[in-house]
Ligand binder design. Structure first.
Ligand SMILES: Cc1cc2nc3c(=O)[nH]c(=O)nc-3n(C[C@H](O)[C@H](O)[C@H](O)COP(=O)(O)OP(=O)(O)OC[C@H]3O[C@@H](n4cnc5c(N)ncnc54)[C@H](O)[C@@H]3O)c2cc1C
Ligand code: SF4
Length: 469
């Protein structure tokens, strides 16, 4: 319930300028261009500074939203940044990719009128403004007691845990399997949504705090949890859940069918869009089909357009209302020319004599009764099939836990779904070994991974405060 009587009509949300769709579908530059200082001030002035700000309850890391917006209305961007940074170590990332419409903005009192304060856009404005300002100090945290922490994986969960521990004066080493740190922020989410220099700048901040990054180290292969535990006071596991799930239909082995994970990693991390300057090859489809309707599917479809596809179809077995992707991403994809083949499920991939994909046979579906997830279950309409020509099929159905580290650490308990079990402090069944992010929850969000990294960081700091072990 609103606490303030609305005498004046609510001013509409301040729109964010974007690259025009016709232009952006051909480049990898950022789509949303960010607020100017005037736009930010205008949007901040829409905040009612509620006595009981409901917005905070919608934020998994409890950013003091009312406080930071209050500073912005006075034009004090540095103070606004201090407020945000008190609980969120990656604000330039969160301002871009958090599903605010389901979190803080859905709780804002103005959301009842359909016009919540644009909290995410303001967060992004503050973070970007501070990234342009050269750091005043080395960024080193408190003086510590020499205790050391190892983080395995370098996605948002580990980065947050590392940042929290380093700020408390602990020495943190991050071990990452790939040749660049950042996890999905680097290899998954495309640059047109999250520019790579933004992630690099946030990682540089951690380096200035003394965090070291040891790349090309695979937990469970080149390093083992037990060995790290002997050397470090605590170990945090944030290896994500990057093993792709496939459709399980005939023809999935044809040349031209790949997982979204592989496709996006080649394009984003391998810079395949700049081949042969960067020597990572990638399949380039003329008629691309993408299976699934989450953020990963939208990212794959929009990437395929930018890689030169003539047509891109999202194939989804439910309707637009059930699509799990952020509304903004669906709208951006549509504006750019991505087409939606809804209520359609793949039956079979078909190929030519060289085992190259040529088309997909689809089954027409309709919505039946709600299933366990509460969403209406898609059921096939008998006898109604159709064929769509395609030479690149990208499967974006979700992911599960990668077994490499888990199988090499058999004494660490896992749940029935194969993810690591932790207690309320994020500690696993092995003393001193913590875990968080997608490897505990299954595929989730950046901010939830960060929340888990922060919780484990707090527990690790409390544990190591006295003994260092
Ligand atoms: C394409 C895509 C788009 C997305 N879009 C959004 C979005 O818009 N908003 C949102 O909130 N969320 C989004 N997500 C989900 C979000 O990115 C994840 O929930 C989040 O990154 C999970 O963080 P994490 O730290 O647990 O793992 P990850 O980000 O997956 O990082 C894990 C890291 O561990 C490394 N690793 C794995 N195994 C090992 C090992 N054995 N040894 C060492 N290192 C290892 C990996 O290389 C990786 O760098 C998206 C995900 C994808 C794939
Ligand atoms: S962002 Fe919304 S809920 Fe939060 S203080 Fe401002 S008006 Fe109130």
């Amino acid at each position: 319930m609103a606490e303030h009587k609305q005498k004046k009509p609510i001013a509409p949300r301040t729109e964010m300028p974007c690259q025009p769709a016709e232009q952006r579908r051909k480049n990898f530059s950022e789509v949303a261009l960010g607020y100017t200082a005037e736009m930010a001030k205008k949007e901040a002035a829409r905040c009612l500074q509620c006595k009981k700000p409901l917005c905070i309850a919608g934020c998994p890391v409890e950013v003091p939203i009312k406080e930071f917006i209050g500073h912005l209305t006075k034009g004090d961007v540095a103070a606004a940044h201090r407020s945000i940074a008190s609980t969120n170590s990656l604000p330039a990332v969160c301002g871009r990719v958090c599903p605010q419409e389901r979190q803080c903005e859905s709780k804002c009192v103005l959301s009842a009128k359909g016009q919540p304060v644009c909290i995410g856009r303001l967060e992004r404005f503050v973070a970007d403004a501070m990234l342009k300002t050269p750091p005043a100090s080395s960024g080193k945290g408190a003086k510590g007691n020499g205790a050391k922490v190892a983080c395995i994986g370098s996605g948002p969960a580990s980065l947050t845990c590392a940042g929290f521990c380093a700020a408390q004066g602990l020495q943190v080493d991050v071990f990452e399997a790939l040749h660049e740190p950042g996890g999905v922020l680097i290899y998954g989410i495309p640059a047109f949504r999250l520019p790579k220099d933004i992630v690099a700048a946030e990682i540089d901040g951690l380096k200035r705090m003394g965090v070291t990054f040891r790349l090309n180290h695979v937990g469970g292969r080149t390093i083992q949890v037990a060995d790290l535990r002997k050397e470090y006071g605590a170990v945090f596991i944030g290896v994500g859940a990057g093993l792709p799930i496939f459709l399980g239909v005939p023809g999935e082995n044809l040349i031209g069918v790949c997982s979204a994970n592989e496709y996006l990693t080649r394009v984003n991390l391998g810079r395949a869009y700049d081949f042969p300057k960067f020597d990572t090859p990638v399949l380039q489809g003329r008629n691309v089909t993408v299976y699934g309707a989450g953020n990963v599917a939208m990212d794959s479809a929009r990437t395929a357009l930018r890689m030169g596809a003539e047509s891109v179809h999202i194939v989804y077995r439910r309707t637009r209302d059930e699509m799990p992707a952020r509304k903004e991403e669906i709208e951006h994809a549509e504006e750019e020319g991505v087409q939606f083949s809804l209520l359609s499920a793949p039956l079979e991939f078909c190929g030519d004599e060289n085992a190259r994909l040529t088309s997909v046979k689809l089954q027409k579906m309709e919505l039946g009764e709600p299933d366990a997830s509460g969403r209406r279950k898609p059921v096939p309409i008998e006898g109604q099939t159709w064929t769509l020509p395609t030479d690149l099929a990208i499967v974006a159905l979700g992911t599960r836990a990668n077994p490499i580290l888990l199988e090499a650490t058999p004494d660490m308990r896992r749940n029935a779904r194969g993810y690591i079990e932790t207690d309320e402090h994020g500690m696993t069944s092995i003393d001193g070994v913590y875990a968080g992010g997608d490897i505990v929850t299954g595929s989730a969000t950046v901010i939830l991974a960060m929340g888990a990294g922060r919780k484990a960081g707090q527990a690790i700091c409390a544990r190591l405060a006295n003994t260092g072990k």
